[in-house]
Design a protein around this ligand. Structure first.
Ligand code: G6P
Ligand code: MG
Length: 221
């Protein structure tokens, strides 16, 4: 068995990836830029400031001061916080809590590996905090995804070697981070974006504990 599962939050445990998108869309509109879901794929897993930079870069005529950028990032976070205000346990994606239970029942540890400053709050709202042995959020890492630091920080904190870890991600940048840490990567979503994952499932309902362990065991050999 592996010793640790490290889960991304937004888009894996809950559909807050959609709320991040809606909040960025509203913010982009405000500065006269339009973004679609395809562009949004490259914002998934990326920090708030870096996401803003990528949106600003869509219009080369935009020139914003650091202060203006800070203020726009704050606006986006306010939009986002409004959207997640009323989420609760019903917003945990299908199959996730069962998977967390199966992992715990096998005495394997669980960590969160999120780039979000709102991660702990979201986990609390979902009522899932007690499943997690360790939480890595934006405050704990210097280099965000696709750098492996988010995932290695969780493993290091729990004293587990990387090849005994499984990372679960919905973002291309996240899969790259897991692979870069030499951990087994599970991608949740479309092959189009997650082709580099060691194992891909189309949605969270297909995240079956025994199947993941089988794939992991083959990979480890
Ligand atoms: C996650 C999401 C991104 C989001 C980032 C920062 O990685 O996938 O869409 O931009 O966290 O979230 P925050 O809540 O700190 O703005
Ligand atoms: Mg995600």
């Amino acid at each position: 068995l592996p010793k640790l599962f490290i889960f991304d939050l937004d888009g894996v445990i809950t559909d807050t990836a959609e709320f991040h998108f809606l909040a960025w869309q509203k913010l982009a509109e405000k500065i006269g830029v339009s973004i679609d879901r395809e562009f949004n794929e490259q914002l998934k897993g990326i920090s708030r400031m870096e996401s803003l930079e990528r949106i600003i870069a869509l219009d080369p005529s935009l020139s914003l001061s650091d202060e203006e950028k800070e203020s726009l990032a704050t606006d986006k976070n306010e939009y986002y916080k409004q959207l997640i205000e009323s989420i609760g346990s019903e917003n945990t994606l299908p199959g996730i809590e069962e998977l967390l239970k199966d992992i715990k029942a096998s005495n394997v540890q669980i960590a969160l590996g999120s780039a979000s400053k709102n991660a702990q709050m979201v986990l609390d709202k979902l009522g899932l905090t007690t499943y997690f042995d360790y939480v890595v959020d934006a405050a704990k890492v210097a280099k965000g995804k696709p750098d492996p630091e988010t995932f290695t920080t969780a493993a290091d904190a729990l004293g587990i070697s990387y090849e005994n870890c499984i990372g679960v991600e919905d973002a291309a940048a996240g899969v790259q981070a897991i692979n870069g840490a030499n951990m087994f990567s599970v991608g949740v979503g479309s092959e189009e974006y997650l082709a580099n994952a060691n194992y891909i499932v189309s949605d969270t309902l297909k995240l079956d504990f025994n199947q993941i362990i089988k794939e992991y065991t083959v990979w480890k050999k």
